[in-house]
Design a protein around this ligand. Structure first.
Ligand SMILES: [Mg+2]
Length: 181
């Protein structure tokens, strides 16, 4: 069974890290309640958007994003049960391509890089289960759609939702191993 896992805001705590880096650069700190249902980009002035863009264009940004809590051990378990692919839209920021490969090697050393897919549009992706934080990736997907909770999607009720890697473990490891008992 093929399981498709997203990177930013699923494996990697990207939006939280961006909020922190943006604060360090500008002194402007966005609170949780300002980010419910929206992306930080939509709250910025043009000058701030340029700062954000400059942050995204540094490959160090993607290399330094922390791993989402619990992700490493659960992906390692899933790796032994499913045909796991990590699929990330990265073409928009070409510097992020190398950074994302380095990030996977650093944090997920057991992972076979042949299963890392860095792409543009995810509509090309086929599989049985997709875990992603963006509705525009889940909507065209043909299999089971699992939304990883994030402030920007917290009001979306259209998908099965998980709030942590612990929940993914409970949902996908136990459910799948139970079939063999
Ligand atoms: Mg994402």
């Amino acid at each position: 069974m093929r399981l498709i896992i997203d990177m930013d805001d699923v494996l990697a705590d990207t939006s939280e890290y961006l909020r922190k880096v943006f604060y360090q650069k500008t002194g402007k700190l966005f609170k949780d309640d300002q980010l419910i249902g929206i992306r930080i980009e939509s709250l910025l002035t043009q000058e701030e958007k340029d700062i954000l863009d400059a942050i995204y264009k540094r490959k160090e940004f993607f290399e330094n994003v922390p791993v989402m809590k619990g992700a490493v051990s659960v992906v390692e378990r899933l790796w032994s049960i499913y045909d796991v692919y990590i699929v990330s839209s990265a073409i928009q920021y070409p510097f992020s391509l190398e950074a994302k490969v380095n990030w996977m090697v650093k944090h997920f050393p057991f992972f076979n890089l042949d299963r890392l897919v860095l792409c543009g549009d995810k509509r090309i992706v086929k599989g049985d289960i997709m875990i992603d934080d963006n509705d525009f990736n889940l909507l065209p997907f043909q299999g089971r759609k699992i939304l990883f909770n994030s402030l920007h999607n917290s009001q979306d009720t259209r998908f099965e939702r998980v709030r942590s890697w612990k929940e993914i473990e409970a949902l996908l490891c136990i459910e799948e191993t139970a079939k063999f008992i």
